[in-house]
Design a protein around this ligand. Sequence first.
Ligand code: NAI
Length: 737
Amino acid sequence: MSLSFEGKVVLVTGAGGGLGREYALAFAARGASVVVNDLGADTKGGGKSSAAADKVVEEIRAKGGKAVANYDSVEDGEKLIQTALDTFGRIDIVVNNAGILRDRSFARTSDLDWDLIQRIHLRGSFLVTRAAWNHMKNQKFGRIIMTASAAGIYGNFGQANYSAAKLGMLGLANTLAIEGRKYNIYCNTIAPVAGSRLTETVMPPDLVASLKPEYVAPLVLWLCHEQCQENGGLFEAGAGWIGKLRWERSQGRTVRQKNNPVTPEAVRDQWDRICDFTNATKPANVQESLQSVVSVLSQVESESEAGAIPTAAAASVAPGAGIDPTQAVGQKLPATSFSFTQTQCILYALGVGMSTKDPDHLRFLYEGHPDFSCLPTFGVIPSQSSMMGGGLSSVPGLNIDFTQVLHGEQYLELYKPLPTSGTLTSESAIADVLDKGSGAVILLDVNTYSGGELVCYNQFSVFVVGAGGFGGRRSSEKAKAPLPPPKRAPDAVVIDSTTRDQAALYRLSGDWNPLHIDPSFAALGGFKSPILHGLCSFGFAGRHVLKQFANNDPSRFKAIKVRFAKPVIPGQSLQTEMWKEGNRIHMQCKVKETGAVVLAGAYVDLHETAEASPQSPAQGGGLQSELVFAEIGRRIKDSGSELVKKVNAVFGWEITKDGKRAAQWTIDLKNGSGSVHKGPYSGKVDVTFTVSDEDFMEVVMGKLVPQKAFFAGKLKVKGNVMLSQKLEVILKDYAKL
Ligand code: NAI
């Protein structure tokens, strides 16, 4: 079907000759009502005549078309549109075409040369288009053409003023395309080449004759037709050829590292790579353009592995040959240290959704609880700082775009229950680098120590989009692989809601990436709203298994593995499905509302049973407090009845060592003539004190006042707190021990 403009009203500015005239004739020939505008000026903007527009109107009418002349300057934008409204009752299409030239070498460009060109081309197009805008908006249809020029796109000697105005029109069009889209107002830009009076001074005569304006007009007509959905495009056209232009951008380099200034030297050293168009991207809008910038920003800000100033070794790798496993594997990252108190443990527990609503959660939320513990999945927190410290970027042979890094999988293994405070150090090394075709997988092994003792091991598996194809292996025996769940229905399902502020709370545990809180950051990353941290869902799932299959006993938690499959939006509910296979609990975590699997191939390994755990309370050998309780036992034998009269209470003791319960004692100064028991007590205990072996000794030696110990969180009291005042009576004589 041929393209008709029946019923459409078109304004073509500068239509008295050249390209504009061709457009006007072509629109009219296809049924449009045309406003033929032309000031009738000379090519430099001087003079004024109605003849040019009249002639074109006559030509149209002679062929039976509908046209009206308008002789105003485009600087009177309203008047042009008014002619359309007065004559034809509407305005559908505006072709901004009018133009003049005042070519001068830059040094000789006068104010007038500059101003006139800006006024006619850029400001004129603005004024005419603005006058038409609301009419188009109200009728939910509009097509606008801006006429740019190769001089603006590429520059041209002697046309500084004109180049600036012409590319200004492209900028105007880019934004009109965005603002108009929802009203079906589309705006496109053309850079034509045609023989006209404007070009006859610069082109040889036969070229002027052969580059006919009629070869350009069909592009303008198509772009202005209601069938055409093109919006915000830029086209070059001439001699019957039409091409589309777009921006291209190099992969670029990040030359910044957290807490380090960006230096001109870093820019200089990276210059070839900044300017290298291998694997160039083609951002089509501000969002796409900002995406990589923002992901660098967020990574640098969150102290993650943003592509920092590369080492000399990394910089020597040729572009495109970014990954060299032979260099990278085995490389150690700088060791990191992590100091924490009970506050971090509690904050983390809240971050992964624990609540006082569940009495079982209290042991993870209240430092005064006799079994106060740190959640096992907290084990990722001390080690994540080694991942995020920018360490990866300094590894030779890992020459990658750190904006493309995704956290793919996580494995955590605990060798002993985590302490609830202290300083842990982490040592990391590149375990392997795999080539997955579409990307690379980096396996980072992190061992975390308390003093010299290994507490836990993490394997971070990070996926680098677009970094594959370096000829590496696809799999590795070092990878802790995810495992599919059994095919039967799950043995247990726990549904738990995350709150709207879940990510806001979780990030306080150290992952400050704005992606998880700032809606604009999230939008730039392509998400509708901020997303929950993958390691937060990991914490939810881990504690679901802990409660369901290990009675919330952290000492039974051996290891956990997950693959991050999809993001979770804070406020959604997590549904953890669990399958017990011996000591391995397979699991899968879904968003309840959508059914989307968010943690896949996941499992938790548990230790046999609590009794078999190496930290069983029955043990407790090697504790200094043993001696004290033994001595208290002897004293009670000697003068128990006296003490029973004075004290009249049963005291329970939980002695901890390295954050774990190591021994239980009961001092009974209520029944009979008093006694001391080791192990769980069968009778009623009035008050229970939980204290580390070391702090117990400090108290006994008189170095630490019990009250102070209590407020410092070193001594926890459960039961009748008032009875703690009687502690001194029991302990006071033991300072000499
Ligand atoms: P042209 O000189 O034949 O047409 C321009 C028309 O605009 C003239 O009829 C002139 O009287 C009119 N005009 C000037 N000032 C005006 C004003 N203030 N108000 C109303 N009308 C006014 O030139 P041509 O080649 O047809 O150019 C059309 C457009 O295409 C211009 O914007 C020009 O810059 C652009 N262009 C042309 C190229 C070519 O190869 N011909 C190359 C790149 C851009």
